[in-house]
Design a protein around this ligand. Structure first.
Ligand code: ZN
Length: 251
């Protein structure tokens, strides 16, 4: 069985066939899915989907490209609903899009790490062109449970992430031929700090590149990691599932 630890099935890309697709992913062995919010609107949609499907678990947070959505009202909403979701996120830093200044991104990120600490929840972290700052802020805030979602940095940086006890979650990126650095991290890292995800509808794995991604393709990500590590897929999948269960308390 597989766990997709990061998906966005509420997006409009799935409006025509959402329920069918969710059912198909579940039937194909993706038995649990973490639905991750990015802003005020999608935080509510993540909760709605989780109310509808008992195998979907929501994460609530404000993406670094949506910093102005972390209003006092939204923080109050997140606090009031803390018993209904399994992680804070996605949050983090995005110095590629740079929609908000570094200072605003840092402040928004810190507030969410504090929320995660307050409720003893994992933090699902988006980090783009911001590796060192992301880790510095997490350590400074004494974040305990952290996932570097869609891990896209190199093996050297990953070692620092793992040393801190934080998880790396691999996405379709690991299946790309040009993603040698990510593949090295996936081949050499400690399995007990590994997760897999699709980040769908984005980041389709190699077999469907350019097309819409969905939760069922988490299997292809796991297959690639098994191939890189020359290990049995079933054994890998069960380790990844156990990691997901214990981190998100969804077992
Ligand atoms: Zn995402």
């Amino acid at each position: 069985m597989f766990v997709d630890t990061h998906c966005h099935p509420y997006f409009k890309h799935f409006d025509a066939d959402r329920d069918e697709l969710i059912k198909r992913a579940f039937d194909s062995g993706v038995e649990k899915m973490i639905v991750v919010g990015c802003d005020i609107e999608t935080n509510r949609k993540a909760l709605e989907l989780a109310d509808k499907y008992d195998f979907m678990f929501p994460a609530l947070g404000i993406h670094p490209t949506e910093c102005d959505d972390l209003t006092d009202e939204e923080i109050a909403f997140i606090r009031a609903n803390a018993s209904r979701f399994v992680a804070i996120g996605e949050t983090g830093l995005d110095y590629h899009h740079n929609k908000f200044s570094k200072e605003i991104q840092e402040e928004t990120f810190r507030k969410q790490i504090r929320l995660a600490n307050e409720f003893d929840l994992p933090c699902i972290v988006h980090s783009r062109n911001a590796a060192e700052d992301t880790l510095r802020i997490l350590l400074d805030e004494k974040a305990k449970k952290v996932v570097f979602h869609c891990y896209s940095y190199d093996y050297e940086f990953a070692k620092k992430v793992w040393t801190a006890g934080y998880y790396t979650s691999f996405s379709g990126v690991v299946t790309y031929d040009n993603a040698k650095e990510v593949q090295e991290a996936a081949a050499k890292g400690p399995l007990d700090l590994f997760l897999v995800e699709t980040d769908c509808p984005f980041l389709p794995p190699a077999s469907i590149r350019g097309k819409r991604n969905d939760m069922s393709y988490v299997k292809e990500v796991a297959e690639k990691i098994a191939e890189l590590r020359k290990m049995d897929l079933t054994l890998l999948a069960s380790t990844l599932a156990v990691n997901s269960f214990s981190l998100f308390k969804i077992g």
